[in-house]
Design a protein around this ligand. Structure first.
Ligand code: ADE
Length: 237
């Protein structure tokens, strides 16, 4: 799967591919990534990419020409590219979206900076707008990486152990049950004894109860959505 980051600040994004799972995904040939800098498309003498906001107001706006030309070039070279704009006004990005996007061949993340992007560029090129939460960041690079990470780990082969996908939070309607590793006792806190006895059906039953309790406590909104029917009918673990 290919990711293109359209950004003025390549360095903010590149580092994330330098280690761990995404790095291995690239080395295995499952993921590739590249960058497009709108500044390279600026036609004005000073390679300016921002301008004052029409109608006044604080801050600068990313002007349309450089970004529009950059996106036209991306599309011309890759007709099937799916263009995503991270934006606080987008729809909330969810695991379901990550699963859907993981099936695409080429995802393009367009990072805004300054106060925002001229709306006409969004109108002309955006296939989707996503928000990663109800707060405002200084630019689209972090949200792009957040979405890229969530998508990349779902590409078959990127995670070492395929099983680790099935029971985790948001892949089921519940948050994931607590996990432990050795030692059995740590600062006088012990692992629930059932986890250590090796009876997998009992362990799974306990995990299901713990997942339910954790969801109720941390995410009452998810818990309410989770009906008794889901609990009985779906094999969660
Ligand atoms: N750009 C700035 N803040 C953002 C957010 N919360 N989600 C997506 N893109 C953003």
């Amino acid at each position: 799967m290919r990711f293109t980051f359209v950004t003025l600040f390549e360095g903010l994004v590149r580092g994330y591919f330098g280690d761990s799972i995404l790095k291995r995904g690239v080395e295995k040939g499952l993921l590739r990534y590249d960058f497009v800098n709108p500044r390279d498309y600026a036609k004005n003498r000073h390679k300016k990419v921002d301008d004052t906001a029409a109608g006044g107001g604080a801050g600068m706006v990313m002007m349309p020409q450089p970004l529009d030309d950059a996106l036209a070039a991306v599309r011309a070279a890759s007709a099937g590219a799916h263009i995503v704009f991270p934006s606080p006004v987008g729809k909330p990005f969810t695991q379901k979206d990550a699963r859907r996007l993981a099936k695409m061949e080429h995802l393009v993340f367009v990072s805004g900076r300054y106060e925002g992007i001229d709306e006409r560029v969004i109108e002309r090129w955006a296939d989707e707008l996503f928000s990663i939460g109800d707060y405002v960041l200084t630019g689209g690079e972090l949200p792009s990486l957040v979405m890229c990470d969530a998508v990349a780990r779902l590409v078959p082969g990127v995670l070492g152990n395929a099983e680790s996908l099935s029971a985790e939070s948001f892949e089921t309607p519940l948050l994931e049950a607590p996990m432990f590793t050795r030692p059995k006792s740590f600062h006088k806190l012990s692992i629930p004894s059932e986890y250590l006895k090796g009876n997998h059906s009992k362990i799974n039953a306990l995990k299901k109860r713990l997942a339910l309790a954790k969801t109720k406590y941390f995410r009452p909104d998810l818990y309410l959505k989770f009906t008794q029917r889901d609990y009985d009918e779906k094999s969660l673990y």
